[in-house]
Write a protein that binds this ligand. Structure first.
Ligand code: AMP
Ligand code: MG
Length: 413
């Protein structure tokens, strides 16, 4: 049997991304339903934000030409709470003003109330104890958003703060990409669902909960097609079912080239695939291809990504390869996860020719600790950890050196 080609992580990723085509359908949803979705088209603000120059402090609006030296005394000619508009500020006068209220025309600064004293017995006069600079405590009209200009770009992943920006721009609804539909099934005769009896040599299917939750974290519609036995016909049948209403099929297990590994021949029979060895650890084998939806070519194909069975391998390969593929299908702008240089507080002296992804945790000294057992079967390493250290092929380092750290939080949204 010929060995599958060995690819670097970057080669595998480039290949995957070159195929991922953004889903074409959009839908219009009310603001709160847009959380976690991807903006289908850019939105422009309907208004200036703020709508007028306004004060960021409770205090007195003044003309700086009246307050060039500390101690100037001005008469309080008007009172402007938030939501009302004052009148022209005449020379020698000040306006009592409250946070958010528009600065009256004629005024060019606000002095906060702590820097003023209302004169005893003359409540309509205020002493200004500083010499404010022009524009002090004034929030400029349109400094956040301007009417007719971009508030949010197409492809933006919508977090709470983006919904707030859209609301401040005056929008009630947003056009978002439809959710990407992903079917998942899990191969292995040894697998049982938690709650079911375990036969001798059996294990619980943990990939199901990990991977379905990963899909949900990324905002996909996920369909669980359950456990599929290690048989070619059963695997083909599951693929046919999964291809119908989904953009992508993911599986775990069965991607090696052993006698009990049926993913390769099954996908080859129902569509086409490449089987890769990726020079990463954990998670070497990965299969990428597509499954026909029917005999009619117009029905198209569902993408297929087959992950390894080991729980850490399937989790890590999901984060490194399936996540960016899905993000591209979703039409997201930002696909590369945030990474940070961080100090390793451990030695890593055994070079591996593969690109290793170590499960690590941030310690109280602001450095990284490593989980002692980095086996691809030990899923508690990922649960203990806060993220991954991306250690290049052949990479070694000593405690105190800087390494590339990718938090799980950057990989799960
Ligand atoms: P495979 O890739 O099918 O050769 O499986 C590799 C290892 O991962 C074996 O030890 C399997 O028992 C284990 N494994 C496969 N699928 C799962 C799963 N869904 N949950 C937990 N472990 C699994
Ligand atoms: Mg298996």
């Amino acid at each position: 049997m010929t060995k599958p080609p060995m690819l670097t992580a970057q080669q595998a990723l480039d290949h995957l991304l070159s195929h991922a085509n953004t889903v074409s359908d959009d839908e219009r949803v009310a603001m709160q339903a847009a959380l976690g979705r991807v903006l289908a088209e850019g939105v422009n603000s309907l208004v200036d934000v703020p709508p007028l120059d306004n004060t960021s402090m409770d205090g007195y609006a003044v003309r700086t030409s009246d307050t060039k030296v500390p101690g100037a005394i001005l008469s309080i000619a008007q009172r402007i709470p938030a939501g009302s508009i004052g009148t022209q500020l005449e020379p020698g006068t000040a306006a009592r003003i409250f946070t958010g209220a528009p600065v009256p025309s004629g005024a060019d600064a606000v002095v906060m109330q702590e820097d003023c004293a209302v004169l005893e017995g003359a409540t309509h006069q205020v002493q200004v104890n500083i010499a404010p600079t022009i524009g002090q405590w004034v929030r400029r009209k349109g400094e956040d958003l301007t009417a007719g200009n971009t508030a949010l770009l197409a492809g933006t992943f919508l977090r709470p703060q983006e919904l707030g920006v859209a609301a401040s721009a005056g929008l009630t609804h947003l056009n978002v990409k439809r959710r990407v539909r992903v079917a998942a099934f899990f191969t292995g005769d040894e697998l049982a669902l938690p709650g079911e009896p375990l036969k001798p040599g059996g294990i619980y299917n943990s990939n199901r909960d990990t991977l379905l939750a990963c899909l949900k974290s990324l905002g996909c519609d996920a369909t669980d097609l359950g456990i599929v036995p290690d048989r070619l016909d059963a695997t083909r049948q599951a693929l046919r079912q999964a291809s119908k209403d989904h953009d992508l099929i993911i599986t775990s297990g069965g991607v090696s080239v052993g006698e009990e590994d049926h993913i390769k021949p099954a996908v080859a029979a129902e569509g086409h695939l490449d089987l890769w060895q990726i020079a990463i650890k954990p998670g070497k084998p990965l299969a990428f291809g597509a499954v026909r939806r029917s005999e009619n070519p117009e029905d198209g194909e569902a993408w297929f990504i087959g992950l390894p069975g080991n729980p850490v391998s399937s989790f890590v390969t999901f984060l490194l390869f399936v996540r960016p593929f899905i993000l591209k299908l979703q039409g997201r702008q930002a696909i590369t996860p945030q990474s940070y240089p961080m100090r390793a507080d451990f030695d890593w002296l055994k070079a591996d020719r593969r690109n290793e992804f170590l499960r690590v945790k941030i310690n109280s000294k602001g450095g990284l600790d490593v989980f002692p057992n980095q086996s691809s079967g030990v899923l508690t390493s990922a649960s203990w950890g806060d993220g991954l250290v991306d250690c290049p092929p052949g990479g070694v380092f000593k405690a105190g050196e800087m390494v590339k750290y990718i938090p799980f939080s950057a990989l799960l949204s």
